[in-house]
Design a protein around this ligand. Structure first.
Ligand code: ASP
Length: 290
């Protein structure tokens, strides 16, 4: 989903050094593409047929963070989140407050429901009437981490879970859960079932482990394993949880509880052209592009 966006963002980062511009570029590319049905335009509708958007951005150098929760019609939710991350107070806005802010900033609005996403919603409603619920499937988040010299930032954008209750908020715009960035240490971001990611404060946990000296891949693996073990002791099995991280030391990696090959991400640096990497779930092994 993010391959084209990361390619464009990497060029921008190389030429301008603009970290927030790179996060914005990568995410906007996904938000604007209706083929990606879990983010931005053409995103997954809630139970009422409305596309409610969550997005956030954290600057690892200032420690500032901004997010929008459950907002409708903002064409590029990440732009509003980046703008909010420049503020100390009132940096996390929900629903009509977030929409009001975006209007004042002059951000573009549009009907985020495409013919395809409406059709999908109608089909799901019909199925549910026949007792075949397929809701909560097909969700995804675009999670982007960009770093240049000593500056690291992370951003996320999603329409959340398909057929969610109106007003439901996932992990994505919650700092420490959906994303966390500290330029001195690194950044991490999460995708999967938000309710389960929030419970583990997983992005913060990955960054905390990197601060203790773990490279990114180890930190993701350890944070996820410890969380799954903790939940298992409580008799609870979390649904889909996947993590990515980038260390200030240049290390990168991810971890997932999905089955082998089901979790992929895009990585690019001076020696690695933008390409899709995979996490082999069972062994949590990072696999380079085929
Ligand atoms: N984490 C998102 C949410 O729960 C969905 C996803 O990343 O798949 O809203």
């Amino acid at each position: 989903m993010s391959l084209d966006g990361v390619k464009a963002a990497y060029e921008l980062l190389k030429n301008s050094g603009d970290v927030s511009g790179a996060v914005k570029k990568a995410i906007n590319t996904v938000e604007d593409n209706p083929e990606f049905s879990s983010v931005g335009y053409g995103g997954l509708p809630n139970r009422e047929g409305d596309v409610e958007l969550d997005a956030a951005y954290m600057d690892g150098s200032t420690g500032y963070y901004g997010g929008i929760l459950g907002a409708k019609g903002i064409a590029n939710p990440i732009d509003a989140a980046i703008e909010l991350s420049k503020r100390h107070m009132n940096c996390l806005l929900s629903g009509t407050g977030a929409e009001h802010f975006a209007r004042l900033q002059g951000f573009r609005f549009q009907n985020m429901l495409t013919r395809e996403s409406k059709k999908r919603w109608e089909e799901e409603l019909a199925k549910e009437r026949e007792q075949l619920p397929g809701a909560y499937r097909g969700h995804d988040t675009v999670c982007v981490i960009a770093a240049r010299e000593k500056h690291i930032a992370a951003g996320v954008s999603t329409s959340g879970l398909f057929m969610k209750d109106p007003g439901r908020i996932g992990d994505s715009p919650i700092v420490g859960a959906g994303l966390y960035a500290d330029s001195a240490v690194g950044a991490a971001s999460a995708t999967g079932v938000g309710e389960d990611i929030i419970r583990g404060c997983l992005s913060y946990e990955v960054v905390r482990l990197m601060e203790q000296g773990r490279p990114a891949q180890e930190a993701c693996k350890e944070a996820l394993a410890a969380y799954l073990a903790r939940m298992s002791r409580k008799g609870f099995t979390p649904k889909d949880v996947s993590l990515i991280a980038l260390g200030a030391d240049g290390s990168f990696g991810g971890a997932t509880n999905l089955k082998d090959g089901d979790f992929t991400f895009v990585y690019a640096d001076e020696t690695h052209p933008a390409a899709v990497w995979t996490i082999a779930g069972g062994v949590q092994k990072l696999q380079g592009p085929a």
